[in-house]
Design a protein around this ligand. Sequence first.
Ligand code: IFM
Length: 445
Amino acid sequence: MSQVLRFPDGFVWGTATASFQIEGGRPERGDCIWDDFCRWPGKVFEGDTGDVADDHYHRFREDVALMAELGQNAYRFSVSWPRVLPDGAGEVNEKGIDFYSQLVDELLAKGIDPYVTLYHWDLPSALQRLGGWAARDIIYRFQDYVALMADRLGDRVKNWITHNEPWVVAFVGNLQGRHAPGWEDLGLALQVGHHTVVSHGLAVQALRARAGADARVGITLNFSPAYPASDSPEDVAAARMHDGFANRWFLDPVFKGHYPQDLWDAFGYQVPRVAPGDMELGSQPIDFLGVNYYTRAVVQHDASGWLGYRTLRPEGEYTAMDWEVFPQGLTDLLLRLTRDYGATPLYVTENGCAYEDVVSDDGQVHDPQRVEYLRQHLAACHAAIAQGAPLRGYFEWSLMDNFEWALGYSRRFGIVYVDYATQQRIPKDSARFYASAMSRNAIEV
Ligand code: IFM
């Protein structure tokens, strides 16, 4: 017998995207570190670039019409810093500002509330040449850029996200070398991470001062809930270590004003330089936390592994990213955030999956696995709400197929299929499933 799970009245239903992944419109903006990274041989699948992507820069009206057809009441997108400030600072590209201004107007005209992310990884190349996120001056350049956007959009945009996944910025870009700028240096990565935390604080101040008294400001973090491989004390301690590295390293400074001591000790001499006042800046009160969840980590003690552990690949169902499908992890995460970090309103700002979608003979894209993934993760959200998590909304990643960073266009996360040769958009079965969930404010399980 099926059961209907109803969401609270006023629940926010959206989809999410990011500038570099969908916009294209390369000649109409300055260069960013991902343009440079795409040119680095071997770094990005088949040398794919963001030059055209989904051509959203030229097709945004069509894309907003699609969102309206789906029936979403919110949309999360990011601003490309080099589109509005081609050199990262100084001269403003008014055409770039106009693009975002028109996008916001178009959304509002269709009853869709914009949630604007200010940094989703496309740092202006001009600023990278000055040291990028590793150089302290970046925090003030970010503050100026955020102030500009608050001045230009703050009359209409009420929900702001300072950073998307600073963990990925710091560690995937500067320790693992798999993202731009491509470095492999722990000390550098930790300093980069620290500057994102401090710049988040400065951005909160800029938004509070300039985006209107009703502006709501948050940050989006990515999470990797840690489950010990066994109940042995060694595995439990290993899971705690992974939790410190993957989750608490950014949660604690943002909510508690200090780095987690266990990880601080583990990082030894590589820890970041922290100037007086930094931790107070980074931990100012915020209005919500954005939660990005895709999968969990099963952690086993391994003295030879980095930080003394390794992650396992349990039996189960996997997406095309080779990420385990584990909806319970989302319930556990939302409840844990509520328990350990207070009752800050939560939004799932990203959740979704990649599968090998194809256009069938009937011209449609049938993606039953994504439908099930969404259904199960929405049920997981519902369970967390029922147990007290202050979850206010859910943004599906992603509205449409797009540039999946180092994997180029080889992974499709959209509920809308994009034919990159023609730029045709084809809503997948999952788009219809999600549209029905949004219109009913409920799912059936
Ligand atoms: O595509 C990314 C997004 O930019 C940030 N979060 C994870 C997604 C899937 O990998």
